[in-house]
Design a protein around this ligand. Sequence first.
Ligand code: NAP
Length: 312
Amino acid sequence: MTDYDIAIIGGGGAGLTAAIYAARARRRAVVFENAVTGGQIATTGLVENFPGFPAGVDGFELAQSFLQQAEKFGAELRYEDITSLSVGPDGRFRLQATESGVHTARAVIVAAGAHYNRLGVPGESELVGRGVSYCATCDGAFFQDQEVAGVGGGDSAIDEGLFLTRFASKVHVIHRRAELRASAMLQERAFANPKMAFTWNTVVERIEGKGQVEGVSLRNLETGATRTLPVGGVFIFVGQLPNNALLRGLVDLDDGGRALVDLTMRTSVPGLFVAGDLRTGAARQLVSACGDGATAALAAEHYLEEEPATHG
Ligand code: NAP
């Protein structure tokens, strides 16, 4: 068991920025990350909207540089999951880690982010990893010269769809409305790309295939017409859900399951902060997540300075 000043749960943009600030304040800081450091940007190809990189920057490389910066200042990284978070009678937080057991911390910043929604249609869960994917950067290369479908009309669907055109012969964007939600620049790029095809006002009713995706059953919402589109892969980007399992019952959440915080990322529990995509009203951008991480770390620092008596 280790006793930390500040424990950070989640090693994405928010968590790693919080770690840089906490470690530079000479606090004993740890980041728990259950997958790949960098969070969502680690699986994003080119990040074009993070200030300071006019030519864009590879998401994975940017995440690695965040990590190096946090470690340079002395933050500790632990690649394991935190399965429970509670406050002990002494006011210290108790964190149950999957590998190393229980740790304690005087302040906690939860920056666990969000994960992609499932579509919830027949065939989806059976064919995950067999043609159904939620990450173009991870799986796109498996679909060289094949036709694939991308579901959704937001930034993720279009960004990842454009990435898929590097490999696929055709990317069919299936969207339930007749206009995209994605930013204007991404839309322009998508419409100009001859490998991108758009199927409007249409939903996926079923993912077809025996052991491997072979196609998607589509239904046009205006005409009711159904048809099967033969594709080798289906990439699903229909929004995100906050990773709030540790917070349920501990702090107040909004209707979407995101933590209610004040402008300094404080929750209703003293010493507990939430930063990034998991907090209410998040802009869900890397730059804002990083800003949240810095804000939360500064607020945690103030909390530690003001509360020494309660925490010995
Ligand atoms: P999003 O903006 O919420 O878009 C989700 C898309 O999925 C919408 O087009 C929505 O349709 C559709 N959808 C939702 N539920 C559906 C269902 N059950 N069946 C069919 N379609 C469904 O989510 P996102 O694209 O993952 O983006 C999340 C956040 O990350 C955003 O703030 C975005 O700006 C940010 N982001 C930014 C970038 C970038 O800047 N390059 C890249 C990725 C993500 P409707 O449009 O009809 O609602």
